[in-house]
Design a binder for this molecule. Structure first.
Ligand code: FAD
Length: 555
């Protein structure tokens, strides 16, 4: 690899990095280098939606991080896979397309200097990114690179979940990414013509042939290079490629899109972070930013599982011969059970009265199994994944040593706050109540998990400590803002240095109420305009559902 100079260097070809590579190179005016530690996405297991549990477990496609022993989770180390392949985590994720609630973004916009992040300002960029198979409207896009389809809900259990929600008193929502997030309904997925629609497919592939875009794979960025002592300016990166260290130069900017674990790691390796931590590891300080790696957030979820009394679940699909048939049907025709992520219904409810927006999210699955495909029940079953959307526990990403090849120390402090434990208990109880409704009478067998014996607060807390898993949404570890713990300004520019940005899920000030791929893509679309000096898309004032009784009633 030769030392070269580019206008922009983007570190990480993930959800945000692919968007930036496309947008910054689209008018041909600037030269862009996109550097990715992983390789191409040449695997059927990445492209076949139903195979989603394979790439997340494969070290070829994922940084197989684990957390430190979690103090409020019986000391368990929680698996934290992150995509290491073009498309990043959008190539190994569950493909659920959820934008979060309008009030999440309005909440971000309330912090000083953050007014450009209101929902009205973000909505045009969600629309710009998207092509919705069902067609666009005031909320949904119809001509963006990211194809989004809606679950067909052929299996009667998907419908039963939605109907049970209604019977329990929750609203039906036709489009939880549109006017009304609250309620249960069909879910959207980033699946197009039966294939996973990662950002590599949506944004990188169409741009790959451009003369002004260079993509460098299997290349680990080990630090950002600076010039100037008093007023440091990022001028490039040092990379580890085939055992050699090479320096690459950026005329305009270096943009870190390494994700919520790797971006704070890279900032710290480059001398930007809490002075004590860096000093202890012998890393020279460029800029004292105590917030780098702090404010780490994630969604924790639990599975409420039942036996199914009818042989209609995906249990039969797990048999080797059936897997082969499903794979062949998908390969030949792009259809069938291989062409969906199986999260076809779900939704959002409020755990208690007094909340202005939902705080619990559901993914329904006509199978009793962990998200990562482990521990499938030995019978027909179904489940809802449920968990609090706005946890108050906070964790951190800290360096173990000064080497870029050493995984950092990651601690989430899941269930560290009394509020999180309270909300998780409510989640379990409200989910059981939904499954008790008449819509499930024809299907409901024994409760497999947590199990009938788990009833008291202490029982549920113990069950969660021993069994709850991540929904894979680390975020917030380089958050935007203007206070002393903020890492970047409202357009991702790192405080205290010049020509260096972070654009990925790490800059979210608070995790949004939903899955993170769509929000990360939206943020990258929006900041790409800021980097190019373009006038932001005009805000869209779209009405948003609010239950008039929300302050006095839980539903
Ligand atoms: C298993 C799993 C399931 C998920 N399910 C869903 C879901 O169903 N729906 C949803 O919306 N969200 C889901 N998410 C979350 C969502 O996919 C991520 O939040 C989002 O993709 C993060 O985007 P990002 O740009 O911040 O980082 P990433 O997409 O993770 O991209 C970071 C990229 O940078 C590269 N990189 C990092 N460090 C370096 C370095 N030093 N040098 C070179 N390259 C580097 C990485 O290899 C990676 O390709 C899931 C995530 C996972 C892991």
């Amino acid at each position: 690899m030769r030392a070269q100079t580019f206008d922009y260097i983007i570190v990480g070809a993930g959800s945000a990095g692919c968007v930036l590579a496309n947008r910054l190179s689209e008018d041909g005016a600037a030269t862009v280098l996109l550097i990715e530690a992983g390789a191409r996405d040449h695997s059927l297991f990445i492209h076949m939606p139903s195979a989603l549990s394979y790439p997340m477990a494969n070290p070829k496609f994922s940084w197989q991080y684990v957390s430190e022993p979690e103090p409020f989770m019986d000391g368990r180390r929680i698996h934290c896979p992150r995509g290491r392949v073009i498309g990043g985590s959008s190539s190994i994720n569950g493909m659920v397309y959820i934008r979060g609630h309008a009030l999440d973004y309005d909440g971000w916009a309330q912090a000083p200097g953050m007014d450009q992040w209101s929902y009205a300002d973000c909505l045009p960029y969600f629309r710009k990114a998207e092509t919705r198979a069902k067609g666009g409207d005031l909320y949904r896009g119809d001509s963006g690179p990211l194809h989004v389809s809606t679950g067909a809900c052929h299996n009667p259990l998907y419908r039963a979940f939605i109907d049970a929600g209604r019977q329990a008193g929750y609203p039906y929502t036709e489009d939880m990414n549109g006017y009304q997030q609250e309620g249960l309904g069909p879910m959207d997925m980033t699946v197009h013509r039966g294939r996973r629609w990662s950002t590599a497919m949506a944004y990188l592939r169409p741009a790959w042939g451009r003369k002004n875009l260079t993509v460098q794979l299997r290349c680990l960025v080990s630090r950002v290079l600076f010039e100037g002592e008093q007023s440091p300016r990022a001028v490039g990166v040092e990379v580890l490629h085939q055992g050699q260290l090479v320096q690459l130069r950026a005329n305009r900017e270096v943009i870190l899109s390494g994700g919520a674990i790797n971006s704070p790691q890279l900032l710290k390796l480059s001398g930007i972070g809490p002075p004590d931590e860096l000093q202890a590891l012998g890393i020279g300080l460029r800029s004292a930013l105590p917030g780098v790696g702090e404010n780490l957030q994630d969604h924790l979820e639990t599975y409420v599982q039942y036996q199914c009394t009818q042989p209609i679940t995906l249990f039969s699909a797990l048999k080797p011969l059936n897997k082969l048939k499903i794979g062949l049907q998908w390969l030949l025709f792009g259809r069938g059970l291989g062409a969906t992520n199986h999260f076809e219904s779900g939704g959002f409810i409020r755990s208690q009265a007094g909340l202005s927006q939902p705080d619990l999210q559901y993914h329904f699955l006509p199978l009793a199994v962990r998200y990562d495909g482990k521990s499938p029940a030995s019978c027909h079953g179904f489940q809802a994944h449920v968990g609090p959307m706005r946890p108050t526990s906070r964790g951190h990403v800290r360096l173990r040593d000064a080497r870029a090849t050493t995984p950092p120390r990651i601690l989430f402090n899941y269930m560290g706050s009394a509020e999180d434990r309270r909300d998780m208990r409510a989640a379990v109880r409200l989910t059981r109540e939904i499954f008790r409704q008449a819509a499930f009478d024809a299907f409901r067998g024994t409760e497999l998990s947590p199990g009938a014996a788990v009833q008291s607060d202490d029982d549920i807390d113990a069950h969660i400590r021993a069994n709850a898993e991540t929904a894979y949404h680390p975020s917030g570890s380089c958050r935007m803002g203007s206070d002393e713990m903020a890492v970047t300004d409202a357009v991702g520019r790192v405080h205290g240095v010049h020509a260096l940005r972070v654009v990925d899920a790490s800059i979210m000030p608070q995790v949004v109420s939903g899955n993170l791929n769509a929000p990360t893509i939206m943020m990258a679309e929006k900041i790409a305009d800021a980097i190019r000096g373009r006038v932001p898309l005009p805000p869209i004032s779209a009405p948003v559902f609010a239950d008039p009784n929300a302050m006095s009633a839980q539903r």
